[in-house]
Write a protein that binds this ligand. Structure first.
Ligand code: NAP
Ligand code: F7E
Length: 354
């Protein structure tokens, strides 16, 4: 029988990849999209278009995860077999500027989904994926797995941790089939433009095409475990195939600093970066020409930083048979190659997904 999935945050990076994945598996896919993401030139609509999701089995619904009544009536109407709750304020740095709305979207939004399923009596018919995050580990030393202490360092991390506990509580109290996917950073050509990997990939291609202004970055020494979003959405789906609801870390298991990401991205276009200076005076220089390619901007540092994330996804490997396919170098190459295809006038952000 054809399954029906409801994806909140479908216009985001993961939502677009997951929708494509589920449509490929024959699902009917319903997606929640905020009204201002539904119009050009916003990234959300571009992502949907980019993946050629103009598909007979795809239905988009305008709405907001913070609107409890609307979420409940939508779930009642759609009658999904699976709900993937991906909607979030996902920019960690922005969450310091908008802490209250971050909690409203990321925590209360999750509660709205859980409550809707409970109130509608769908506990036994719906399986729920909750998009939890490695940001919940915060200052806990690496490697981090499902048993590691959670010490978040941002309003985003705190909001996601509260949502994680709500999901766990509804699972234990009401028997909801809800899995927390504790995902480490995952990127793609569809990554939002204010995340560091996309920002670097874009700048590198701009240099290739004649840019002269140095790019500005914040903390170069933060270490992240970066994987490819296309690999990770399959892991979300696998969690909902498991016989019991559980929580799983998904990660590449390979961590690098932002500095290394910069070096490898420039190396991809044949530029060797040398670092000179210290602190906010540090600069990334083209070793051949002496040109300044990277400057540090103090404003891009966060009030509190997560220094080192390195995931241990052995539980997902053993229990779900999940393993990422795209490594660090392949991810950088994919992001730069897709960035090269963008129109030079920046008139739209349509991409062919990898
Ligand atoms: P994303 O690209 O920022 O997508 C999030 C989506 O949620 C956006 O389309 C956004 O719409 C939507 N949204 C925001 N506020 C909303 C609201 N009030 N009502 C309905 N939709 C709303 O993030 P992503 O990278 O795809 O991540 C997907 C999920 O996984 C998020 O929950 C994120 O926190 C979590 N996560 C991501 C990573 C990662 O490395 N990518 C790692 C761990 C966890 P607008 O575009 O209109 O704002
Ligand atoms: O930052 C540093 C920054 O914004 C990565 C989200 O998907 O993954 C993501 O959160 C690192 C940080 O991602 C700039 O300080 C330096 O240490 O790309 P990011 P994030 O904060 O790790 C987690 C798992 C999620 O759940 C989140 O939703 O890069 N950094 N210079 C910079 N970061 C940005 N954005 N911009 C800079 O110029």
């Amino acid at each position: 029988m054809t399954k029906t999935a409801f994806i909140t945050g479908i216009a985001g990076q993961d939502g677009a990849y997951l929708a494509r994945f589920l449509l490929g598996k024959g699902y009917n896919v319903h997606g929640l999209i905020r009204w201002d993401s539904a119009h050009e030139p916003y990234e959300g609509k571009s992502r949907i278009n980019a993946l050629r999701l103009d598909h007979k089995n795809l239905t988009l619904h305008l709405g907001d995860i913070t609107d409890a009544n609307a979420v409940t009536s939508l779930i009642k109407k759609i009658e999904p077999d699976e709900i993937y709750n991906l909607a979030a304020l996902s920019q960690v740095h922005v969450s310091f500027q908008t802490p209250a709305s971050t909690l409203d979207i990321n925590t209360n939004g999750t509660l709205n989904i859980l409550e809707a399923v409970r109130i509608l009596g769908m506990e036994k018919s719906v399986r729920i994926y909750q998009a939890s995050s490695s940001e919940m580990f915060g200052s806990t030393p690496p490697p981090q797995n499902e048993a590691s202490p959670m010490m978040p360092c941002s309003p985003y991390g705190v909001a996601k941790l509260a949502a994680y506990h709500l999901a766990r509580t509804y699972r234990e109290a009401y028997g909801l089939f809800v899995c927390n996917g504790i995902l480490f950073n995952h990127e793609s050509p569809l990554r939002g433009e204010d995340f560091v990997t996309r920002k670097i990939a874009r700048a590198v291609v701009e240099f290739e095409q004649g840019r002269t202004e140095p790019m500005k970055l914040g903390n170069l020494d933060a270490i992240r475990d970066w994987g490819f979003a296309g690999d990770f959405v399959e892991g979300m789906w696998l969690m909902l195939r498991h016989k019991v609801a559980d929580d799983f870390v998904l990660s590449s298991g390979d961590a690098h600093s932002v500095r290394t990401f910069v070096e490898r991205a420039f190396a991809y276009i044949g530029v060797e970066i040398e670092w000179e200076g210290e602190g906010v005076e540090e600069q990334g220089i083209d070793a051949n020409t002496g040109r300044v390619m990277v400057d540090i901007d103090e404003a891009l540092f966060r009030p509190l930083e997560v220094n080192h994330l390195l995931g241990d996804a052995s539980k997902a490997a053993k229990t779900l048979g999940w393993a990422p396919e795209t490594d660090f170098e392949a991810l950088i190459g994919m992001m730069i190659n897709e960035e090269r295809q963008l129109p030079k006038d920046g008139s739209n952000t349509w991409l062919k997904a990898g």
